[in-house]
Design a protein around this ligand. Structure first.
Ligand code: GLC
Length: 754
């Protein structure tokens, strides 16, 4: 309401003084005028002080507008999984409003696991509607940093280990958000692939690795997604902080890629007056100046882009045209969002949003193993009625069957209207057909609050670890079905912003507990709820394994939908599930978490593994993994056939069409993700033995077949030649590999590039 009032007031004032409002609106207020004309008109009316104000925060999550001209401030909000509860003016803690409990959508790694572009668009639209309804102009998400190490504390907030997958899914998400008149602020740019010392680590990465692995998703976000905002990351690259890194922001993002939106610093990521003024930062947020110990007046005037900037503009150390460029970008963002050409009202916690959340969560659940225990056949179980007519018992073991996960984890923390836990959803699904009981089995994270948001659960526990385990084992002896639901959580050194994990081994003695349960009940089903890879040494000893995620408000329902077969699982791993951390490409301290260097104010980290991260590493090195990138089973089966190339040999500059038919050969409807990888048989540089360059998700009825076509461009076959600073396609043989995981590619088509 407040925003509409401002614009209306200005229009009414103008109308009062000079005739009918429409014809005489100043250009910048006239939403029918072209964007750039509005920007130039507003800029021409502004003083230098007003332009400088646009470039920095006025509160924890808002940056200045131009009150004199009726141009509203910009409201920023976390996060990628839902709209953060209102915070106090100068605080991280929530303001305690009672009307800001949102829909919690699944973690982005869960979205990535769907491999579904349409679902990503639905996700963006839904979260964009929630942001607009809460009158927020900039959504601080999505995050698309590559999964270089499985230890990264924010793996759950990102979209896996492959740049093509992340690029393909981030584009529809951005469009969905921005169609609601809300800017997506894609983060964290760039090579911010860990939480350990994230604010003082200098990422040393060669250009080829940057352009092949760490840039593509950001470049797609800008050039295909049309992202209106990009967040600079806390770390350094080439010795300069990324929130004001000249090469990264001016030369590459704005120069090479033509980005016309705003670069926003991560909160507190801006550290230097001169660099902030001159290196391409447009809005400084969250800086820790002295006055920020409370809502002291003129606190924000101490920001690098506040009084220090004014001084530099006045004494010539900063250029007027740079200020105008910053101001244009901020005005463009305002005229794209709150003062955009269409009026959006959004919607909040609607049934459609919860349904979308449930659908996305379920579609991303990955069936890793199934020797027949799944889907749980409700009727079959309920037929096991004993002579005393008692119902069969389904035992759930594990803290994650009960613990709510939407609260916590850092800036993606949410206050949601509700969160369905697995225990309640599975009870609901088996109402009247089986008794569903729960044993905690171990104690993980007992916290139930974050930034003053509380879950209302009581996770306190008086039993010892041994007692908890003994109780679970004893209950398993009596149960007809045992489902272990464990994994990680949002506490420190788990899936949590600000800290990394210390290994990929399941914490809290879960491995031993799973083994003990498998001893008793060989039909054990294991559900791992996590946002990042875990080791599964017991995989051969259990009947079924499901990788579930932080699915948001409908997490429990989504899991129950898959366990009961209401939804046929179609998720595919967006990252490799290695057998052990040591199998990965990171072998030295200098690679991760970095090394201290005498006299340097930051740590040095070297991406020595180059482009060989994730499956690029494991498949090229022939290292066996627990479950590979792109892998996921279904309750039905699929078959690929009839693969062909439009031509077996191409000149270097032309496209190739790849055709293949996929058929549902089982008795249940389901979806398959057909994946296409390329292999350059002979290259002048070391290339991964396969790289994902195409995928399509198809939903098929039993017996139904669908012919798919992929278009391969020369860029898809090229590598980045750092010397030439350009992509290079070398003549020779390529193998076009098609299948349904990075390790199952039965189709191999030979393509010769002349
Ligand atoms: C945090 C995060 C960033 C978040 C911002 C505002 O430190 O790094 O992702 O959007 O600050 O909370």
């Amino acid at each position: 309401m407040k925003r509409a009032t401002i614009i209306l007031t200005s229009a009414v004032l103008i109308a009062a003084c000079c005739g009918s409002p429409k014809s005489n609106l100043p250009v910048y207020l006239d939403t029918t005028k072209p964007l750039e004309e509005r920007v130039e008109d507003a800029l021409s009316r502004m003083t230098m002080e007003e332009k400088v104000a646009l470039t920095h925060a006025q509160s924890k999550f808002s940056s200045h507008g131009v009150p004199r001209l009726g141009i509203p401030e910009l409201w920023h909000t976390d996060g990628p999984h839902g709209i953060r509860p209102e915070v106090l003016w100068d605080e991280w803690n929530q303001a305690g409003w009672t009307n800001d409990s949102c829909t919690a959508f699944p973690a982005l790694v869960n979205l990535a696991a769907t491999w579904d572009r349409e679902l990503s668009a639905l996700y963006g639209k839904s979260i964009g509607e929630e942001a607009r309804y809460r009158e927020k102009d900039i959504l601080l998400g999505p995050g698309i940093n590559m999964g270089r190490t499985p230890l990264n504390g924010r793996t759950f907030e990102y979209m896996g280990e492959d740049p093509y997958l992340a690029a393909q899914l981030v584009v529809p998400y951005i469009k969905g958000v921005q169609e609601q008149g809300v800017a997506a602020c894609v983060k964290h740019f760039a090579v911010n692939n860990q939480e350990t010392r994230r604010t003082k680590t200098n990422s040393n990465v060669d250009d080829r690795t940057l352009y092949e692995i760490y840039f593509p998703a950001f470049k797609a976000a800008v050039q295909e997604g049309g992202a209106w905002a990009i967040m600079g990351s806390y770390n350094l690259w080439n010795g300069q902080y990324n929130c004001h890194n000249k090469r990264l922001l001016q030369e590459i993002l704005k120069g090479e890629w033509g980005f016309d939106g705003v670069v926003i610093s991560d909160w507190g990521g801006c550290r230097d007056d001169d660099e902030a003024a001159n290196n391409g930062l447009d809005i400084e947020m969250g800086t820790w100046t002295n006055g920020l110990q409370g809502a002291a007046s003129n606190t924000y005037d101490m920001y690098h882009l506040a009084n220090p900037y004014l001084e530099r503009l006045r004494d010539g150390r900063a250029k007027q045209e740079d200020l105008d460029d910053k101001a244009r970008r901020v005005l463009r963002t305002i005229f794209r969002t709150s003062m955009g050409p269409e009026t959006h009202y959004g919607s909040f916690t609607s049934p459609e949003h919860f349904a979308a959340s449930r659908k996305i969560a379920a579609e991303g659940i990955v069936l890793l193993k199934n020797n027949g225990a799944l889907p749980l056949n409700v009727d079959e179980i309920s037929r096991q009625v004993r002579n005393d007519n008692s119902l069969p018992t389904i035992l759930l073991v594990g803290e994650n069957a009960y613990k709510m996960m939407v609260v916590g984890g850092g800036s993606s923390n949410l206050k949601t209207k509700y969160e369905i836990i697995p225990l309640d959803a599975i009870r609901e699904a088996f109402e009247g057909k089986a008794d569903v009981v729960w044993e905690r089995g171990y104690v993980g994270d007992t916290r139930t609050d974050y930034n003053m948001v509380v879950t209302g659960q009581d996770l306190s526990e008086s039993r010892s670890a041994d007692q908890l385990k003994a109780d679970a084992v004893a209950a398993a002896k009596e149960a007809d079905v045992v489902i272990f639901i464990g994994g990680l959580n949002k506490s420190k050194h788990q899936d949590n912003e600000g800290t990394d994990r210390e290994d990929i081994i399941l914490p809290y003695g879960q491995d031993e507990l799973i083994e003990a349960l498998a001893e008793i009940n060989p039909n054990l089903i294991v559900v791992n709820i996590s946002g990042s890879p875990v080791a599964m040494p017991w995989a051969d000893k259990v009947n079924a394994i499901v990788q579930a995620w932080y699915g948001g408000s409908e997490n429990g329902h989504a899991l129950a939908d898959v366990l009961t077969g209401a939804v046929n699982p179609s998720g595919k791993l967006p990252f490799t599930m290695p057998k052990a951390l040591a199998d990965g490409p990171i072998k030295t301290e200098r690679q991760y978490p970095g090394i201290e260097v005498e006299g340097l104010p930051y740590w040095e980290e070297y991406y020595d593994e180059g482009v060989f991260i994730g499956y690029r590493w494991y498949s090229t090195q022939n290292i066996p993994v627990q479950y590979p990138f792109g892998y996921g089973l279904s309750y039905t089966t699929f078959e690929l056939s009839g693969a062909s190339l439009s031509k077996g040999a191409v000149k270097a500059g032309s496209n190739v069409t790849v055709n293949v038919t996929v058929k549902n050969t089982g008795d249940k409807a389901g979806a398959e993700v057909v994946q296409l990888y390329v292999n350059d048989a002979e290259a002048s540089v070391e290339r991964p033995v396969r790289e994902l360059k195409g995928f399509q998700k198809v939903y098929l009825q039993p017996g139904e077949a669908r012919k798919l076509s992929f278009t391969l461009t020369p860029a898809d076959l090229s590598f980045f030649d750092a010397e030439a600073h350009d992509w290079k396609l070398e003549p020779g043989d390529f193998h076009i590999l098609i299948g349904n995981s990075s390790e199952n590619l039965p189709i191999d088509l030979l393509l010769t590039v002349k």
